[in-house]
Design a protein around this ligand. Structure first.
Ligand code: CA
Ligand code: CA
Length: 300
């Protein structure tokens, strides 16, 4: 199986990035990923303010998927996520939602094993491994820093993007140029401190080019739930946009009229926050797949 090693990293999602590798559609590939600090923090005496900020949020890749042309979709199935034995968290005054209440920096190295994060003698937390940054190259020659989320994916910090998730991204440039990084062993909706349990690891994915289909990308499907994901300067905008995208996706693919779709969204659509700490805020609208399937909706 092809492995993309972590010496192939990018800091922008861009058509200008030279592909690390090229594979046919349908291939399985492993991406080795550094943590969001580019593994610079190795002990608790190192503070976030002291690391090289030109080397944060590295994304491994990009992968060129043969046959992917602008207008297609790139389907990415997350087959497995494997984590390093310890993760890192940083708290820093002025950063994140609670940064105004912090007066000192702090770094914690947190052991991870047997499915648990050992936060303290008193508290062990169940892991829920996820990918913070994943996406394709944006359109129109735009270069988007890996720390910023958008229509191309990027730093969505959507805790639903874990093992078993199926993702749909836009193909804006030939080959799509998929890149990913910023794994979290665990993160809650909001990511209010500005980090999850940041951790190096590797991600096994299957990539497939989908032709002739339109979805309000990025779209994620996992555990019987399909979701639209939107990033915007404010959480209000992101929430409204994620909702409107789900509305469009349902009405265009189910035969339901907008009124019934709105009713179902108001009954079973779960509007949730991904993160409120990145340059753009990210929200998602989740909806049960089995209800949509009753109306003939099928993801490609
Ligand atoms: Ca992130
Ligand atoms: Ca992160």
């Amino acid at each position: 199986m092809l492995r993309i090693t972590a010496d192939h990293v990018v800091y922008k999602m861009s058509a200008k990035n030279a592909p690390a590798h090229s594979v046919p559609s349908g291939s399985t590939v492993v991406f080795e990923t550094l943590d969001c600090f580019e593994n610079q923090i190795t002990q608790e005496s190192q503070l976030l303010s002291g690391i090289d900020w030109d080397h944060i949020n590295p994304a491994t890749g990009p992968l060129y998927v043969e046959g992917a042309e602008p207008g297609d979709l790139l389907k990415v199935e997350i087959l497995d996520l494997r984590l390093a034995p310890q993760g890192t968290m940083t708290a820093m005054p002025g950063e994140g939602t609670v940064g105004g209440q912090l007066t000192q920096e702090k770094t914690r190295i947190i052991p991870v094993d047997s499915g648990k994060a050992r936060f303290s003698d008193k508290v062990e937390l169940d892991l829920s491994p996820m990918i913070g940054v994943i996406g394709t190259a944006p359109a129109d020659g735009e270069e988007i820093p890996t720390g910023t989320p958008g229509v191309h994916g990027g730093n969505m910090d959507n805790r639903r993007i874990g093992k078993g998730a199926v993702l749909y991204f836009p193909v804006n440039v030939p080959g799509a140029l998929l890149a990913m990084g910023d794994l979290h062993a665990l993160m809650s909706d909001g990511e209010v401190l500005i980090c999850g349990l940041e951790i190096p690891g590797e991600v096994e994915v299957r990539v497939e080019v989908v032709k002739g289909k339109v979805l309000p990308v990025p779209v994620v499907c996992v555990d019987g739930v399909v979701m639209t994901v939107s990033s915007a300067p404010t959480l209000d905008q992101a929430a409204e946009d994620a909702t409107c995208r789900m509305m469009d996706m349902i009405t265009q693919n189910s035969g339901l009229d907008p009124q019934d779709t709105g009713m179902l969204l108001s009954l079973k659509g779960e509007l949730r926050i991904c993160q409120i700490v990145d340059p753009m805020k990210t929200a998602r609208m989740e909806f049960p797949l089995d209800i949509l399937e009753k109306y003939g909706f099928q993801l490609p």
